[in-house]
Design a protein around this ligand. Sequence first.
Ligand SMILES: O=P(O)(O)OC[C@H]1O[C@H](OP(=O)(O)OP(=O)(O)O)[C@H](O)[C@@H]1O
Ligand SMILES: NC(=O)CC[C@H](N)C(=O)O
Ligand SMILES: [Mg+2]
Length: 507
Amino acid sequence: MCGIVGVVSHQPVNQILYDALLLLQHRGQDAAGIATNHSSMFSMHKANGLVRDVFRTRNMRSLQGNSGIGHCRYPTAGSSSEEEAQPFYVNAPFGITLAHNGNLTNWEQLKQDMFLNDRRHINTDSDSEVLLNVLAHEIQTATTGLMLDPDAIFKAVTVLHRRVKGGYAAVAQIAGVGLLAFRDPNGIRPLCLGINETEQGNEYLIASESVALEGMGFRFVRDVAPGEAIFIDADKQLHSRQCADNPKLNPCVFEFVYLARPDSVIDGASVYATRLKMGEYLADKIKREIPEGEIDVVMPIPDSSRPAAIQLALRLGVEYREGFIKNRYIGRTFIMPGQAARKKSVRQKLNAIPHEFKGKNVLLVDDSIVRGTTSREIVQMARDSGAKKVIFASAAPPVIYPNVYGIDMPTRDELIAYGRTTEEVCKEITADYLVYQDIDALKKSISDVNPALTEFEASCFDGIYITGDVSPDYLDKLEHARHNPKKPVAEDTARTQLNLNAATTEG
Ligand SMILES: O=P(O)(O)OC[C@H]1O[C@H](OP(=O)(O)OP(=O)(O)O)[C@H](O)[C@@H]1O
Ligand SMILES: NC(=O)CC[C@H](N)C(=O)O
Ligand SMILES: [Mg+2]
């Protein structure tokens, strides 16, 4: 999950993009970038780091133009090297920059195909660079003559949807032509549209989360539909079209559990309201499993579990207290690169108030347990602070399958619940008791808030991969690649194949 934003304005957009990226920072802390368009020129700056560290005044000054796109990155493919920071750029046709949230499941195959058939060289292992090149190739194919019209752009996105598999929400700029945004046919990753009606005419902002629209003074218009493409031309006229053959809305449940900010509304559901519901359903399960009077106090593990914990405490009729204080200058732990950094930062990030624990049976609530980094440390901290019993509850079910659509959990063996029963996970995190949310209750927490949402991308919980191309064999290969990172890059394989073909022909 990365944060993406695109804006078309009557004013310079550098500050709007910077501020919008700050509002999306929780979606990616590894790298950030902005590309603006000024007549037919792009200006771009991107680097590893947080938004506030990547852009200096001189960079901001160079980002000229009244339209642009921005990205904050949490890598799911390739590496976290600076070359893979986004936006990406291709010079032909027309000049295109693109920023992508999600993960393509067939990017390696596409990269090979493009090298062999489309004669396109892709210089990194980023799936997003592949996405941009597919878009560029299809725009080239759909264009007749020298002019590019919305019809050709929508035709290109239609073919792109047929070629590309996985999760993707993207914003792209075509130099001097306009801003394009599209969402994959399953609507896995979120994307929404906002408007600012000014005396000079309409301005538009498209972003991963509604919080970025509201924070920048744009009015939320609607979510981009699964498979839909929106194009805002150079005269700021908005065109949109459904470009997928079989669009279906299957938003990622993990956005509601953890990824998105609680003040965002995704596909018509307030993230905060869904988290309150998760707390209610979790309370009902706790009532069934834990004897009454056993819990003295309910505590959240800051930040993401707070809404669920508040509502859970209310439903149980047990006191809610904050026993852990978060250092607000440390980022999110789960999306940090590397287990050592994650482990160290839990202790740096959260500190216990011993008085709140002494002699009490505490119920610690987290939104999810993924690798168990947080829960292992937190249970120990509660015990060190004098808790009598530590009961742990997760507002999401056990995470037992890899995610291949934009959350970096590609290998089963890093997931604490993989191959373990709830009792075994409980033992691993050294809690006295552990309660997980049921998958149906999790889905219901979202459907209760927006009854139109009935189908979800919930593969990390239920193992169902809705794009249909993720087999057990695919997951094995992915795991193997993650464990042996020095594999030859896909293009080398393609080059070898080309040479082999040439040798065969010549022979
Ligand atoms: O089992 P794990 O691998 O530790 O992952 C799960 C934890 O990571 C996240 O917290 P994070 O610190 O990233 O962000 P938050 O402040 O939004 O809760 C999430 O809220 C859980 O606390
Ligand atoms: N988390 C994301 O959305 C990542 C986008 C893209 N797959 C990358 O690795 O840069
Ligand atoms: Mg957390």
